[in-house]
Design a protein around this ligand. Structure first.
Ligand code: HPA
Ligand code: ZN
Length: 319
């Protein structure tokens, strides 16, 4: 689907395709526990979020240099451009790299190098969202924000990802307050596997402007009313929800019900190398499996620009 659209829920590490993983492994002398790309692909059968995260973090071992991060981001942007993406707000997980000895500057400057030429090379405007891993400590998140300070000109917002259940948003109250004081915008994953209460906490305690996933809000009609009346965007990822077993099959995804309820829904790819498709593929899949018509797809594309962190002039140019 080539409708012009913005992608707002995309983990750059989740765009690491098996071919690039093996190429980087060879270049960096990293031995992967898979014979080839085919064997690696057979590992892409997940039971839940954690079983995916185990492979997602393990495969990152191949990313070591600024060039690696630039190449990863450039490969994503080329694929996204081919599927109609005009603006991308891209997550990255610094702690997943600093914990294995890669300096945060290598990560941010490498990604930044690809992103700063993206408008010219791919016709995609970009922003970078630095995510804290919620299964690590609040202190580690604060240290990460501190370490990112020399690179803040490259970062628009902070986010929260990784294993959700047992790690409620309130754990990160302090680092979100510090991010606000630095002028950063705020999002958080909530209500993917965690309860509707985590969505409320992300709004009330962290002050986020957008909810990533938010699927489980549908269990709480009062919360749905609030999200509708405050026009809080949800960055949904239907293919991810199927692969991580949040829904059984795409045909049963609540996206149509969520749109009918008046929620500001957007559709995104999350970790496209692992979940079977980039954002254009995702639009195509919800059209086929859920019967969303052309007008509804147009609404989703329009929503993506409304929900983006763009000012009015930038939004007009991107559309
Ligand atoms: N959820 C939480 N953390 C993540 C995800 C996700 O879907 N993808 C990458 N990190
Ligand atoms: Zn995600």
């Amino acid at each position: 689907m080539h409708l012009p659209k913005a992608e707002l829920h995309l983990h750059i590490e989740g765009t690491l395709e098996p071919e690039l993983a093996f190429a980087l492994a060879g270049r960096n002398g990293v031995v992967l526990p898979y014979a080839d790309t085919e064997e690696l692909r057979t590992a892409y059968l997940f039971d839940d979020l954690q079983s995916f995260l185990d492979l997602y973090y393990a495969l990152m071992a191949v990313l070591r240099t600024e060039d690696d991060f630039a190449e990863l981001a450039d490969a994503y942007l080329a694929r996204a451009a081919a599927q109609g993406v005009r603006h991308a707000e891209i997550f990255f997980d610094p702690q997943a790299h600093t914990d294995r000895g890669v300096p945060i500057g290598t990560v941010i400057e490498g990604l930044g190098r690809a992103l700063e030429r993206s408008e010219e090379t791919h016709g995609i405007s970009t922003q970078l969202i630095m995510c804290f891993l919620r299964d690590k400590s609040a202190e580690s998140a604060l240290e990460t924000l501190e370490a990112a300070k020399p690179h803040l000109h490259r970062i628009s917002a902070v986010g929260l990802d990784s294993a959700e259940v047992g790690h409620p948003p309130a754990k990160f109250r302090e680092v979100y307050a510090a991010a606000t004081a630095l002028g950063l915008r705020k999002v958080a994953h909530a209500g993917e596997e965690g309860p509707p209460e985590y969505v409320r906490e992300a709004l009330d305690v962290l002050g986020v402007e957008r909810i990533d996933h938010g699927l489980r809000c549908m269990e709480d009609p009062e919360l749905v009313d609030r999200l509708v009346s405050e026009r809080i965007p949800l960055t949904l990822c239907p293919l991810s929800n199927v692969r991580l077993r949040a829904v059984d099959v795409l045909e049963e995804h609540p996206l149509p019900a969520m749109m009918a309820a008046g929620l500001l829904c957007t559709v995104n790819s999350d970790d496209p190398a692992y979940f079977g498709g980039y954002v254009g593929d995702t639009f195509h899949a919800v059209h086929e499996a859920l019967g969303l018509d052309r007008e509804q797809l147009r609404t989703l594309a329009r929503n993506s620009f409304e929900a983006a962190f763009l000012d009015h002039d930038e939004e007009r140019r991107a559309r």
